[in-house]
Design a protein around this ligand. Sequence first.
Ligand code: GLN
Length: 304
Amino acid sequence: MNYQRILEQVINQTDPLVAVGHQADYIPALAEVNPDQRGICLHTLSGEQYAVGDSDVRFSIQSISKVFALAMALSLEGDNLWTRMGKEPSGTAFNSLFQLELEHGVPRNPFINAGAIVMADILVSHMLDPEHDFLAFVRRLAANETINYNRLVAFSERSTGYMNAAIANLLKYHGNIHNNIERVLQFYCMMCSIEMSCNELATAFLPFADHLRPFSFGGVELTSSQVKRMNAIMQTCGFYDEAGEFSYLVGLPGKSGVGGGIAAIHPQHYAVAVWSPRLNEKGNSVVGMKALELLTTETKESIF
Ligand code: GLN
């Protein structure tokens, strides 16, 4: 498969979409990113790497970090994790409050904000220095020690994140947050603020495509069955109320973030990461969704 040629075609075909949508500005620091950038990077299990465009520019991974948090929480808690949250698609926005109220403080899944805030609480309970341990894990997974938090973005989100504060308070009311709310939200915002490039994200996601090998990075150990199950959750819950659309158009497990990134995997084949800051009304990158749709259409490869 000539992935380099295909990625070039795919990016060219997204030309008419580069100016469509709006970059996230509810986190003020994200509004300062140049929205005209786009990049894509694909790493295969056999060791080939292909890239086009701004694939080495770091951006705010935001909710893509929820995949890394799930890997850590699952390795620490195993199936006990599912007493604190579900694994069903939400069909609601990533920061929705009403479903959490109806369901008595049990988040639908780990990839909506409520679920990730509970995972942040779990990591705070288990670790003396969760900020250090989380970053160490991501650095190990991406094989890059220079990956870091962007404290300005984390502070910008924490000082304006009224919806996440409401979610955390509702969780605490229902007994599903065990630590101090402020501490948990601070750590949640730090996780979201990590900056990585498409190239680094493709490296970090490749082990999820390689589930036949043991997953062991920076003290995070998962069985191949746990990795497969994480992929199942990415497939059904990775795109909030657009998970069905992504599954229909792209057909790969993946995870998006409001920084405009999407990382996806083709199990036993490759990991791919794409980035462009302008989002559709569901909070997913317009160019990113289209590029991955074109990739799996052009290659005729998806999980289906
Ligand atoms: N940090 C963002 C928030 O909580 C993450 C949302 C996202 O990327 N979808 O609002």
